[in-house]
Design a protein around this ligand. Structure first.
Ligand code: CA
Length: 220
């Protein structure tokens, strides 16, 4: 028994993976295709994919937002769990990376739910707000350049309905957030957002030690 979150050694992690439901074949294929790339570590872990799919179901999300799509694994996981008339707007600047995922989105039969916007995410989020979409979204996943995390979060709170959920990835940042020797800009930006969120009365919050750390913030 443990009264704190367990750290997972390889044996326990393998056990956890073995007790996740089967990974959708196109998610499995996209994971393999992404593993060929040097930036493969930017992809979320399979158990986190399952967790996010459950979050989409729990929130009954129909309209979702993603900031930082990379090769499209989390977008595919989200789209698979959205209803058929649901939609995820994906913000990314890389045509190279996002194009890796698109054939998998097509083959999984969910490409019609994924609206990829190739532009700096703040431009896309501001345009959505200017077009009258405040309060129109149910779910948001933030997993992009860490320096802009605070700005993405604020736009997200405006775009989400009350009761909507923001999931912020990499909040433990490989342990760097708690290491005083780490003072680079990305680490400081994540720390600043973590500090801010812990005191943010606009949301209910839980920092979940899954993957590289995932903060869940439910808009009140
Ligand atoms: Ca990430």
């Amino acid at each position: 028994m443990s009264t704190r979150s367990l750290s997972l050694d390889d044996r326990l992690y393998d056990y956890l993976l073995a007790h996740c439901p089967p990974e959708h074949p196109e998610l499995q294929g996209l994971r393999a295709a992404t593993a060929e790339l040097s930036a493969w570590k930017m992809q979320i872990a399979p158990e986190q994919g399952h967790f996010m799919r459950l979050l989409i179901e729990l929130t009954g999300a129909k309209r979702a937002l993603e900031v930082g799509t990379f090769t499209g694994y989390s977008a595919l996981a989200t789209a698979l769990s959205l209803p058929d008339d649901g939609q995820i707007i994906c913000c990314d600047v890389s045509e190279e990376f996002t194009s890796v995922g698109q054939p998998f989105w097509e083959r999984a039969g969910v490409a019609h739910k994924i609206d990829l916007r190739l532009a700096p995410a703040l431009e896309t989020l501001d345009a959505l707000l200017a077009e009258g979409n405040a309060g129109a979204f149910d779910f948001m996943f933030i997993d992009a350049d860490k320096e802009n995390y605070g700005a993405y979060y604020e736009r997200g709170l405006d775009l989400l309905r009350a009761g909507g959920l923001i999931a912020v990835d990499n909040v433990l940042w490989g342990g760097s957030v708690a290491n005083p020797d780490k003072q680079d800009e990305e680490t400081q930006a994540i720390r600043a957002l973590n500090d801010r969120l812990a005191a943010d009365a606009r949301v209910s919050l839980s920092m979940v030690p899954i993957g590289d750390g995932l903060t869940l913030a439910r808009k009140r």
